[in-house]
Design a protein around this ligand. Structure first.
Ligand code: PLP
Length: 402
């Protein structure tokens, strides 16, 4: 591990397919010949001499210095995620929100502007709304994910366009290529939160985006164990963010990095199964009389179905549905499920069921929620890897209780 393959990350990645990169890239065994990647649980490192210590601290000699900013296990995770996203480099962070905050605080300054929609993860909206303005950063809010609504909001001060696609929880899509063109026409950059799709389904950088943000907590882990996040982008950007990380400290733990390394190994297989289970349940729910509407990019009824086919490998593992009734009806259904877990998390082997308006999006103002279309009767289902017949039966018996 100490001699992990630095030359790979410095001169690009091996020319392997993703499934090989996810399992093999960037790892060189230590003198023990361990087959699986070890966890490098150490806060600091020992140098062979005072001169070597000085060279490391100055960055003149490669190798770890202190685990707040370099740890071999974290670096291996960063290497593999960068390889899968097709980015030059990556930085791990303590959580998805720490990754977002590191990107914003590490690159923006007073007077800068960003453009976004309220149709994003609740904490992202709160960070943008409640904190960025305090630092003199203006957020211009677009009304939709239509690029034409964004264009008038972009100006000479705009540094970043920030979006999620598909969105949480309504699975609306943004045309990444069109947003990248808009950003670049104004010397700004496009950042995409790729949490819902992961690089197994969508590659924002290949579509023109400059930066990918991740909550590794979700599908990258895939089994609901750890909180973590990452930013992928140019080597120059990641160097700036590493310098911010060194000063500010929202770093990823080596244990969590190891869990995410294990998660990446099975990511593409898991995503295929999440998608096939979700597609089947979306079809079932859409035809159920107790459901008013199903939001899933794989359904022909979804307004962005064609974009989903173009931009994503598969439609994803998350769907939302409006039950035919009020909040009480939605809660009755949620309370009646037996297999699905009632929890706010997503991207887990276990199917999770959520009432966004009172949980994940509960801290948004009622006005913002209405604006984002997150109503009282909306239920989000992050479809897991259980047998799909069992899931369908569970949902069916719960719907009968509405
Ligand atoms: C969960 C989530 C985040 C935040 O990630 P944490 O790891 O919980 O901090 C950001 N964006 C999206 C789309 C998410 O689902």
């Amino acid at each position: 591990m100490s001699n992990r393959n630095r030359s790979d990350s410095e001169s690009g990645f091996p020319s392997w397919a993703d499934d090989t990169l996810a399992i093999r890239s960037g790892f060189e065994r230590s003198q023990y010949g361990e087959h699986s990647e070890p966890i490098m649980a150490t806060s600091s490192y020992v140098y062979s001499s005072a001169a070597e210590a000085a060279a490391r601290f100055k960055g003149e000699s490669s190798g770890p210095v202190y685990s707040r900013f370099t740890n071999p296990t974290v670096q291996l995770f960063e290497h593999r995620l960068a390889a899968l996203e097709g980015g030059e480099a990556c930085i791990g962070a303590a959580s998805g929100m720490a990754a977002t905050a590191t990107l914003l605080l590490g690159t923006l300054q007073q007077g800068d502007e960003i453009v976004a929609t309220r149709n994003m993860f609740g904490s992202t909206v709160n960070l943008f709304k409640n904190f960025l303005p305090r630092y003199g950063i203006t957020v211009r809010w677009a009304d939709s994910l239509n690029v034409n609504d964004w264009a008038p909001l972009v100006n000479g001060k705009t540094r970043l366009l920030y979006l999620e696609t598909p969105t949480n929880p309504l699975t609306e899509l943004a045309d990444i290529r069109a947003f990248a063109d808009l950003a670049h026409a104004h010397d700004a950059q496009l950042a995409v939160d790729n949490c819902f799709c992961t690089p197994a389904l969508q590659k924002p950088l290949a579509l023109g985006a400059d930066i990918v943000v991740h909550s590794a907590t979700k599908y990258l882990d895939g089994q609901g164990r750890c909180v973590g996040g990452a930013v992928v982008g140019s080597a120059e950007l990641i160097e700036t963010l590493t310098s911010f990380m060194r000063s500010a400290g929202p770093c990823m733990s080596p244990f969590n990095a190891w869990v995410f390394i294990k998660g990446l190994e099975t990511l593409s297989l898991r995503m295929q199964q999440h998608c096939s289970n979700a597609a089947e349940l979306a079809g079932f729910l859409e035809s159920h009389p107790a459901i008013r509407h199903v939001y899933y990019p794989g359904l022909a009824s979804h307004p962005d179905a064609e974009l989903a086919r173009k931009q994503q490998k598969l439609p994803g593992g998350i769907l939302s549905m409006e039950v035919d009734g009020d909040q009480a009806a939605a809660w009755r259904m949620i309370d009646a499920v037996k297999i699905c877990s009632i929890t706010g998390n997503l991207g887990d082997a276990r199917t999770t069921i959520t009432h966004p308006a009172t949980t994940t999006h509960g801290r948004m103002t009622a006005e913002d929620r209405e604006h984002a279309g997150i109503g009282e009767s909306l239920i989000r289902l992050a479809v897991g890897l259980e047998d799909v017949e069992d899931l369908r039966n569970d949902l069916e018996q719960a719907l009968n209780r509405i």
